[in-house]
Every structure is written in structure tokens, then in C-alpha cells.
Design a protein around this ligand. Structure first.
Ligand code: RUQ
Ligand code: CUA
Ligand code: CA
Length: 655
């Protein structure tokens, strides 16, 4: 049967109906001040206006990049789309986040939280520097890695599941790591020790530095993490070595292109001071160049020690590797490498200076031993022989990022802006401008920490957009208490001057973030986990010897099977859940009243949760995701029976 819509419409729109509509509208205008604005349609006039409701797969026509923003004290990632600036997800890693199903009652999560040496479960973290997996220096969309500053950890997140798969802990240190970066072929990552240490005696002896625990001077260095990340690898990480020396290091990069084969890092505390003011004691600090092959050679030559804590991690002295340094403006922070690997831009936080060190010049200076002395046995490359430019750009320089047209962007915390500077040398061909002079200023609201251009720390920046990650939102958004959200601002850098096109509030607190094209992520993103042909039949098993109850539970709209189980008080309960869902977006959960258990289970996921049934009584468990119309009924009972009342008749049976 077909419906004659014309006829239906005619029948409805009788004169009576039309008259009453007009009268109603007039009453509305007079009574409620409704204003008719025929010039405003849902499409708007601007290219940035959007239709609502959003059509199916609207993102395909709007978003060009995924943005993975480090969460800082949130402990993982925030994810949003560019240019829509729409929040999509969080990826919890180092901190519990039950909203995203990341709780330690799941043993896989608990393992990532567990200190491998002390067994302590740590549910706090501070994520700083994401680093995308790369092939030939270009993002390849497989994983994103990130460090936890607080505990000295690195995590790998699968870009197919948006979940952390592995966490490694750095040995021999008490945390306080900072700069982190993955190499051009995801074969190595470097993680700097920022907070100076009083290490194991074995390390002190190997370095020939005796450290006084009160007066120092302390020592530090950086970690090398081997990654199984060449094509076909599974991304597994292993701490391979540590280079220790007199200095701490702040930001870190593994070079590519012209700087291939070098680890480049900074120190803002070349003074080796133990408190803030003396860390500004000199008018310069250092940029360091560590030859990676020389680190490997030191290991091959047996020039290392190991500690009891980490018998497999080679501890190498700075004296046994090839390292050079050069003076840079005092207390640097940003350290970023241009797309060909040629220029290393760095800035002094307490100055207005940004310097561009030219890696070709560095290699020449090394070749010709063009040094201006040494400190603690490390040759100092002659400043003028390695510097392509020294720019006086503004107050409070933070980080630097690059686009695909030969421009560098420098963020300023104090000036609250970013300045665009054309690079010199081979980049002049791209932009045809006089290099190293400011050509554009991007105002920010307020106080830029990191900045990000998709691909902007790789051999192939995608350009087009620039994000300012502002440390202060001040009065941009609705007041919401003394603790104020962060602010991310989106600029179009397709043209100069850049245009501010959106501002977004995002939870605390982003450090570095990386954007990657949508087309590199979406084809691989999983909507559901594929269920195996056979899954565990629902049942409950009692292990009297080990005092463990294993509950095999099917989860599907809108019930748990079994929806009741018994357990003797004090026993461990392992609930092995299988989500029988294969429909996208149907996540269930399991929260147990009064039991500090709250987790989620994605469609097709097989997940175990473990806890001790230490409180007797009837405890309802329930699904806390609104998964179907019968979601409220999706609940069941855990009946915990005091051990002296327990007998085998209480055992669950399938009837
Ligand atoms: S880094 S802005 Cu600059 Cu860890 Cu935070
Ligand atoms: Cu399952 Cu609500
Ligand atoms: Ca200093």
C-alpha cells in the first residue's frame, strides 16, 4: 500500500488549521517575544555552522583529525575531533576511571597499576607527552604512547580499541620523568629523568659520583625503551638501558632525517641545583646530543652495570658514550625538531630568546672538533658554529611546532600568544620569505603551554590546523568554582594571518597533544569484539582449597546469567563475564552495591573482575549503563553467607 502524501497534506492543511496556526504564532510573538528571524537557518551562513540534528556519520564530512590530548592529572587521554572540537572519549591509563570502565577489579587493569617491584597498586598518574607510532618518521596510526611523569611509566594505547594495552615501569628511579619521544620507526623510545635521583650504590660507583642524600649533587639521565614496532611488530615495550650522568633532562627527542641516530635533550638545571632559585644560577643551560650507536656499542663492549632491581637493564655512564652539548638560553623548555630533522628549536623560559640549532652544523662541528671547552668531560660545541638563528620573540616561550609549509610556531605562556616564524635553509623554497622573522601572531586566551599541529612533530606535518592548549581559561566559560577548566583554541593556519575558529573547554590538564588524520584511524577502529564460536557456559564453581568462587556469567540485554550466586564470606570472587552482544554501542556494566566494584563490559568483550566477598548479606549487582528499555531490571544477587553458616547446600545450582 502506498500513501498519497499530497492528499494527506491537503486534508490536514485546511483553512481552519492555517488560520489557527497564524493566530497561535501571533499570540506567541506578543506573549513570549518570539522573534522570527528568517535570515538564520539551521545551516547558517558560515562554513563553521552545522546542521542539527547531525546526520548519520556526520563526522565524515566535518572532522579531519582525531586529537589525542594528554590529560595530565586526569591520568590518560582526552580525545576530540578537529575541526568540530567535539569531545569524543577519554582513554584512562594511570588512574581509575569507572566511566570508561577502567577499574582495578579487572586484573588486566590492576597489572598496569601494580608496581612490579613492590606490588603496590598505584591509581594516580600525570600524563605528559604522547608520541604516535611512526614509520620512516611519519605517523602510521598503530599506537600512541605516553609517559606518566609521576611514577616513571610509559603506556602503549592501541588506536583500534582506544585502550591501554601495556605499561612499563622504569627501574632504579623514584619517578619524576618528563620528556618522552618515540623514534622514527617505533623501534626505540626515550624517556628523560627530570627529577634528579640518589640511585643505588652500584650506579653511584659506576658513575664515580658519590651522592650525598641531603646535599647532592644528585644524578639523572634517561631511559631507552626498546619497542617491537617495526612493521609487523606487536608494539611490546621493554626497558633496554639507562644512561646516567651528572645532569637531569627535561624535554627529549629522537632525531630523524638530518638528526637521525641522535637523542637530543635539554636540561634546565645544568647548575645541578636542588631548589628553584639556584636552577636559574647561570645565564645558559645545555642542549645535549647523544649518539645512539655509541650507547649500543657501550653495551656490546660490556661497559655497563646492572642493579638488583633490574638485572636486565644496562646502566651506562655518560663517560662511556658519545655526547656533546651546546649552550642555549637559560632554563629551556621547548625542544622541537623541524620536519626534515635539520633544525632544533629551543627556548629559554626565563628569556625572550628562541634559538635554532642546525643539525648539519652540529655534525660538522663534531667532525672538526669545533669545541669551546668542556664540562664534566662533555665537549661544548661552539655556539656560533651550530646556531642558525637566535630570535628575540617574546616572553615566556614554551613549545614549538611545525607546519607543512616551512613555518615554525612558538607558544608563549606570558605573552599569551603564538608567533609564526619562517624557517631558513631548504625551507625558504617553500615559503619564499625572509627566515627567522615573525610573520604572524596568534592571540590565545590565555597562557599557552603546549601547541599542536597535526603531524607537527614528525617528518610529515599535515598542517591546516593549529591548537593552542591554554593553561588558563580565566573567564571564557560559565563560572564553575575556583577550579576552572582548561581551554583549547583552534586556529585555521591554511592562510596568514591565522584565523581563530573555535574555542573549547576541556578538563584538566593537557600537556602535549597529537592530531592524526581521521582516515588513518577510522578504518581500524573496533565497534565490537568478535565473540569466539564457543563461550564459557554460565555456571558457578567453588574451590574450597583456595577459597575462590568462580562465576561464569553471560551478559546480554537485559539480564545476567546467572543472576544469583552464593559465596562463603571472605572468599575471593572471580566473575568471568562474557558479553553476548554483537551490536555496536551496547556496553553493559556491573556494579555491586556496597562493594567498590564498578566496571563496564563492551559488546563481545570477555572480562574478569576479582574481589573479596568480605561483607555478608544479600548484595544486589546491577548494570549501570542504560542499555535497553529493561535496563533497570538488569540486576542480580550476590548472597554472601558467613563461613560458620555455610554448607554445600548453599552452593549455586543450575536449576
Ligand atoms: S610539558 S606544558 Cu611543557 Cu610536560 Cu607540560
Ligand atoms: Cu545492561 Cu543496563
Ligand atoms: Ca638553569
Amino acid at each position: 500500500m502506498t500513501i498519497d502524501t499530497q492528499a494527506v497534506r491537503k486534508a490536514i492543511l485546511t483553512p481552519v488549521v492555517i488560520t489557527s496556526l497564524i493566530v497561535g504564532l501571533l499570540v506567541g510573538v506578543i506573549t513570549f517575544g518570539i522573534v522570527l528571524r528568517p535570515d538564520v537557518t539551521s545551516m547558517g551562513n558560515s562554513q563553521y555552522n552545522r546542521p542539527y540534528p547531525m546526520p548519520h556519520q556526520y563526522w565524515a564530512t566535518t572532522d579531519e583529525f582525531y586529537m589525542f590530548a594528554s590529560g595530565g592529572q586526569q591520568g590518560g587521554f582526552y580525545v576530540y575531533g578537529i575541526p568540530s572540537m567535539k569531545y569524543l572519549s577519554e582513554i584512562p591509563i594511570f588512574a581509575t576511571d569507572q566511566a570508561w570502565g577502567w577499574t582495578p577489579e579487572n586484573p588486566e587493569v590492576r597489572n598496569m597499576f601494580t608496581n612490579p617491584w613492590t606490588g603496590e597498586i598505584v591509581e594516580r598518574g600525570d600524563t605528559h607527552h604522547p608520541s604516535m607510532s611512526r614509520t620512516d618518521g611519519v605517523y602510521d596510526g598503530r599506537w600512541i604512547f605516553i609517559n606518566d611523569k609521576m611514577y616513571g611509566r610509559v603506556a602503549r594505547v592501541g588506536l583500534d580499541t582506544f585502550r591501554a594495552d601495556e605499561v612499563v615501569w622504569m627501574p632504579n628511579i623514584t619517578g619524576g620523568v618528563h620528556g618522552f619521544s618515540v623514534g622514527p620507526n617505533t623501534e626505540l623510545a626515550v624517556l628523560n629523568i627530570e627529577h634528579e635521583q640518589v640511585p643505588d650504590q652500584v650506579i653511584q660507583e659506576h658513575l664515580g659520583i658519590e651522592v650525598d642524600r641531603i646535599n647532592g649533587p644528585y644524578v639523572a639521565g634517561f631511559n631507552g625503551i626498546a619497542i617491537d614496532g617495526l612493521p609487523g611488530g606487536d608494539g611490546t615495550m621493554e626497558v633496554a638501558w639507562q644512561v646516567w650522568g651528572p645532569w637531569h633532562h627535561d624535554m627529549a627527542r629522537i632525531g630523524w632525517g638530518v638528526s637521525d641516530g641522535w637523542i637530543i635533550n635539554t636540561s634546565y638545571n645544568s647548575e645541578r641545583a636542588l631548589s628553584a632559585v639556584p636552577m636559574f644560577g647561570r645565564e645558559y643551560d645545555y642542549l645535549y646530543f647523544w649518539n645512539i650507536a655509541s650507547i649500543e656499542k657501550a653495551i656490546a663492549d660490556g661497559k655497563y652495570v646492572t642493579t638488583e632491581q633490574a638485572p636486565d637493564v644496562a646502566v651506562i655512564s655518560w663517560k662511556d658514550v658519545e655526547v656533546y652539548m651546546t649552550k642555549i638560553p637559560l632554563n629551556p623548555h621547548g625542544l622541537d625538531i623541524s620536519p626534515t630533522g635539520k633544525y632544533i628549536l629551543t627556548s629559554g623560559k626565563a628569556t625572550t630568546l628562541i634559538v635554532a640549532v642546525d643539525m648539519d652544523m652540529v655534525l660538522e662541528a663534531i667532525e672538526s672538533s669545533d669545541f669551546q671547552g668542556e664540562e664534566l668531560e662533555v665537549p661544548i660545541l661552539t655556539t656560533d658554529s651550530v646556531r642558525a638563528a637566535s630570535m628575540d620573540l617574546g616572553l615566556g616561550p614554551t613549545h614549538i611546532e611545525f607546519d607543512n609549509n616551512g613555518f615554525a610556531y612558538v607558544g608563549f605562556f606570558v605573552d599569551s600568544d603564538a608567533k609564526t616564524v619562517p624557517l631558513g635553509g631548504p625551507y625558504i623554497e617553500k615559503h619564499g620569505m625572509e627566515p627567522w622573522k615573525v610573520v604572524d601572531v596568534l592571540p590565545a586566551h590565555y597562557s599557552i603551554g603546549h601547541i599542536s599541529i597535526p603531524g607537527g612533530d614528525s617528518a610529515q606535518p599535515y598542517g591546516k590546523y593549529f591548537i593552542a592548549m591554554n593553561k588558563l581559561a580565566k573567564d571564557t566559560f560559565l563560572p564553575h568554582g575556583p577550579l576552572i577548566t582548561e581551554s583549547h583554541e583552534l586556529f585555521s593556519i591554511d592562510e596568514q594571518p591565522a584565523v581563530l575558529i573555535d574555542q573549547m573547554a576541556l578538563g584538566p590538564e593537557t600537556h602535549y597533544s597529537q592530531g592524526i588524520p581521521v582516515s588513518m584511524i577510522t578504518p581500524n577502529v573496533r565497534g565490537v569484539y568478535t565473540l569466539p564460536a564457543e563461550t564459557e557456559p554460565p555456571r558457578v564453581e567453588y574451590d574450597y582449597e583456595n577459597q575462590v568462587t568462580d562465576v561464569y556469567m553471560d551478559v546480554v540485554r537485559s539480564w545476567f546469567t546467572p543472576d544469583m550466586f552464593t559465596v562463603p564470606q571472605g572468599w575471593q570472587v572471580n566473575i568471568h563475564m562474557t558479553s553476548q552482544e554483537q551490536a555496536m554501542d551496547i556496553t553493559h556494566g556491573l556494579a555491586v552495591d556496597n562493594y567498590n566494584v564498578n566496571t563496564s563490559i563492551d559488546p563481545g568483550e570477555i572480562k574478569t573482575i576479582e574481589f573479596i566477598a568480605d561483607k555478608d548479606g544479600v548484595h544486589w549487582f546491577y548494570c549501570m549503563w542504560f542499555c535497553s528499555e529493561l535496563h533497570m531490571e538488569m540486576r542480580g544477587r550476590m548472597i554472601v553467607i558467613p563461613q560458620d553458616e555455610w554448607n554445600a547446600e548453599y552452593e549455586w545450582s543450575p536449576s
